[in-house]
Design a protein around this ligand. Structure first.
Ligand code: TNX
Length: 486
């Protein structure tokens, strides 16, 4: 594991060979040239590599070596669609995988091997992920970030082989998706965000067309969008737009502050059931992926029985709409069979988690002290929160074990890992990327690489070379005190 192979996440095996390969001009050869050439171009162009494409027949007809290094993409049966073999030889590159997603992972690894001289070292990489759910949770409710920023976040997620972008679309401060059955939600609460209103000229929510386009952009990069409608707490934007959700029928004022836990729904209000079913049904119908997240966190003004009824209402609505429900850990006492629970807060009794796992729920690990990249990376950092009580720097994001996060939980109950960026204090695209980088690559390695192959000293050396690509992409990043940046 040397800096000559600055790969993140670290692969299953890396066998160095002799010499280097020139990749200044690359010809992608595959059965799907039109599909792959643009993606290879997108990945390699920021490094100064010129990419063209050709089908294998075209190459054969020409009967001569093409002008450039041939990168051959080969589909070959195998057990894990995400696995791939990458062979860099002195005369070309072959990526072999059972499915397109594995081929793309191989191209992503190739990109990380290309150095400033536009050469790649000769090497044989064999690779497959540890966890299937490798995610990023992104709060666009507190501060609004539109489709252009979201596509760049998809690119970053994809570069580190993440498969899930979980969008926290609703909260007390704003509502970020069009809902045909309740247009007031987006019309009214799309305008608001932390500190006041979304900037002039911005709509403040995704139309259903924009939502579809974003999902298709992500799907082409094998990233699945998981929408979150946070219920039954974190609902001030809902009650601001839909006063009928309140017992008195009076809309709540907009909320631009940083408190959590004060807003709620009421199970015995006749408007609640139809609203929850219609809203989740509309969002599920607009979602191409398999999951809908129903929140469930921090309902500090609800007693447990009413909380459980409200969460069950939401879980059932998602199932009825044909999707698998996801919820925050607080939902564990509800009927979570077959659901995904997202763990974040260790300050609780774990007994409901064991019951949930026994009932067939699986867990995505986002322990705040490691995975919350909204936390300040060091004391005095100008943006971010610090409620955890210590900084969450690169080392903290790297050094933890997902299967030990809830001691006693069976390892099979762990579906994966998600980084989380909350945006109460995050206002600009540079804020976003400087909180994601370099910590998301660390979390991506925790999710991809088995614990036995992870090594902090190796990671902190490897990640340094990535800053060149971040700069080329225009992604702001934080010079973490935990690595020796060039
Ligand atoms: C806790 S994590 C929250 C969020 C905040 C975050 C700030 C979770 C499920 N709830 O509402 O934005 O802390 O760090």
């Amino acid at each position: 594991m040397t800096a000559a192979f600055p790969l993140v996440p670290w692969p299953t095996t890396v066998e160095p060979g002799e010499g280097t390969l020139d990749v200044a001009r690359v010809v992608v050869v595959s059965d799907h040239p039109l599909r792959w050439t643009p993606l290879a171009t997108e990945l390699l162009a920021p490094l100064g590599v010129e990419v063209t494409g050709a089908g294998p027949q075209v190459l054969a007809k020409r009967g001569k070596a093409p002008a450039g290094t041939v990168v051959e993409l080969v589909l070959e049966p195998g057990a894990d669609d995400e696995s791939y073999a990458l062979d860099v030889r002195p005369d070309g590159v072959t990526v072999t995988a059972p499915a397109e997603v594995g081929l793309l992972h191989g191209l992503r690894t190739l990109r990380q091997l290309v150095g400033p001289e536009r050469t790649a070292p000769v090497v044989a990489v064999r690779d497959a992920p540890r966890f299937a759910w490798r995610g990023l949770t992104f709060d666009v409710a507190r501060h609004w970030f539109g489709p252009a920023v979201l596509r760049r976040v998809v690119d970053l997620a994809g570069a580190y082989k993440l498969r899930v972008l979980h969008l926290h679309l609703t909260d007390d401060q704003g509502w970020r998706i069009e809902v045909p059955s309740r247009p007031a939600l987006a019309d009214v609460s799309g305008r608001t965000q932390s500190g006041g209103l979304v900037p002039d000229g911005e709509r403040g929510y995704l139309t259903l067309d924009e939502y579809r386009d974003l999902q298709e952009y992500a799907a082409a990069r094998f990233v699945e969008i998981v929408p979150e409608i946070d219920l039954p707490g974190h609902t001030n934007a809902a009650t601001h737009a839909c006063g009928e959700l309140r017992p008195d029928g009076v809309p709540t004022p907009a909320y631009g502050g940083m408190e959590v836990g004060f807003s709620r729904l009421w199970i015995d209000n006749p408007a609640t059931g139809p609203w929850v079913r219609d809203v989740l049904g509309d969002v599920a119908a607009a979602t191409l992926g398999r999951y809908v997240h129903v929140g469930g966190d921090e309902c500090h003004t609800l007693d447990e029985p009413e909380y459980v009824q409200l969460v069950d209402l939401a879980l059932d609505a998602v199932r009825a709409a044909g999707k698998t429900p996801v919820a925050w850990q607080e939902a564990a006492p509800a009927d979570v069979a077959g659901a995904i629970l997202q763990y974040w807060d260790p300050r609780v009794d774990p007994a409901p988690f064991f019951k949930a796992a026994a009932a067939g729920a699986r867990f995505v690990m986002s322990p705040a002290s490691h995975a919350y990249v909204d936390q300040k990376p060091e004391a005095g950092h100008p943006i971010g929160q610090d409620w955890i009580g210590h900084d969450v720097d690169l080392h903290d994001s790297y050094e933890w074990e997902p299967t030990a996060t809830i001691p006693g939980l069976p390892a099979e109950a762990v579906a994966g890992v998600s980084a989380a960026l909350w945006t109460e204090t995050i206002e600009t695209v540079d804020h976003v990327f400087s909180m994601l980088l370099p910590r998301v690559p660390a979390l991506a390695e925790v999710a991809w690489t088995p614990a036995s192959s992870r090594d902090w000293q190796s990671f902190r050396t490897r990640v340094v070379a990535h800053a060149r690509t971040w700069d080329a992409e225009g992604w702001a990043w934080h010079r973490s005190k935990d690595a020796a940046w060039a």
